[in-house]
Ligand binder design. Structure first.
Ligand code: PHE
Length: 342
């Protein structure tokens, strides 16, 4: 066999063998067998010494070409193996996205948040804008600008959580009245839902943390009738047709005149039942005309503008709406209880 045939044969068998190779080790073994130090091609190169001098250049060239071809074949196979490996890996890692999974446990909104969302929806529908204020509040806004001077009983350390002499946990959402009036010009129509704090012992109707929604309207010619109309619309929207309001004279330092507002008992529609203790009415909020002195302190001219304000306790509404007998149930975090409200 001439050198050409030998080389051709060698490459052919190498190719056949390559096609059966499935791993790197076998590939390396073949490389060593052909072009390693003691490889078949290497041996041929060494054997050139036995050739006639004039045959050497041509033989050398052929062997080198064969070497290059073999290296290329080797690399091609290496690449093919890599592809096979990748395909196998991809196949193994396939995720069946259509496979049904057990349902994830879904949370539910807290009854106070449900009521809050419904009320926000109701008032924004009437043109109110939602504003939010700090829960840790300056005495200045919580009391001073609300016309609650030093020594007023509402400041009693028994009711108020003091952070220091000038900072309190807000005892109501009313400080947002002052903050809003100081930062905006009338017409003002805002509600402010949020958390408030009073150092009360927790019982069936009290909690040191609870929620209110403040409402404030300031414009020319705002009257008590506007407050009545707004709250009647709110009552019907939340509890349905036939639910209305009853105003009872009351006192708040920041409103004048002030009123306590009752809603028709939704449980008996005013006939009188256990829920309303036979009266047909449920007390739900306080309100009144913004005290001219408060308007003045907040930079609004009381000879030009008037306003009304109200503050609604959200827990009271939620308890009534869902028939919850004890306030503490709202804060114990028992999902068996909380999961009932949607
Ligand atoms: N801030 C009062 C309270 O916490 C409620 C209220 C708000 C009364 C606005 C009148 C006007 O009880």
């Amino acid at each position: 066999m001439g050198i050409k045939e030998t080389l051709g044969h060698l490459l052919e068998t190498a190719q056949q063998e390559l096609e059966t190779i499935r791993d790197k080790q076998a590939l390396e073994a073949l490389r060593v067998r052909i072009i390693g130090k003691k490889g078949e091609l290497t041996a041929l190169l060494r054997g050139m010494g036995q050739l006639l001098p004039e045959e050497r250049p041509a033989a050398g060239q052929m062997i080198n070409e064969a070497r290059e071809k073999f290296t290329a074949m080797l690399e091609a196979r290496q690449e093919a193996l890599r592809m096979i490996e990748r395909r196998a890996a991809l196949q193994k890692e396939t995720i069946d996205v259509t496979e049904p999974v057990p349902p994830l446990p879904l949370g539910s909104a807290h009854p106070v948040n449900l009521v809050m969302a419904e009320m926000v929806d109701c008032f924004t529908g009437m043109g109110f804008e939602v504003v939010e204020g700090p829960e840790v509040e300056l005495d200045h806004y919580n009391f001073e600008l609300m016309n609650i001077p030093k020594n007023h009983p509402a400041r009693d350390a028994q009711d108020t959580f003091y952070v220091d002499d000038n900072i309190v946990l807000r005892t109501h959402t009313s400080p947002m009245q002052a903050r809003t009036m100081l930062s905006r010009k009338p017409p003002i129509r805002v509600i402010c839902p949020g958390r408030v704090f009073r150092s009360d012992e927790a019982d069936a109707t009290h909690s040191p943390v609870f929620h209110q929604m403040e409402g404030l309207v300031v414009d020319r010619d705002v009257t008590m009738a506007d407050l009545r109309g707004t709250l009647n619309a709110f009552a019907e929207r939340l509890y349905g047709k036939g639910i209305t309001t009853r105003f009872r004279p009351s006192f708040f330092p920041f409103t004048e005149p002030s009123t306590e507002v009752d809603l028709t008992c939704a449980a008996c529609h005013g006939k009188g039942c256990r829920v309303c203790k036979g009266t047909g009415w449920i007390e739900v909020l306080g309100g009144g005309m913004v005290n001219p002195h408060v308007l003045e302190m907040c930079g609004i001219d009381p000879t030009v503008y008037s306003g009304f304000a109200f503050g609604i306790g959200l827990e009271r509404i939620a308890m009534q709406r869902y028939g919850i007998p004890d306030l503490r149930l709202l804060y114990e975090g028992d999902v068996r209880f909380l999961g009932q409200f949607r």
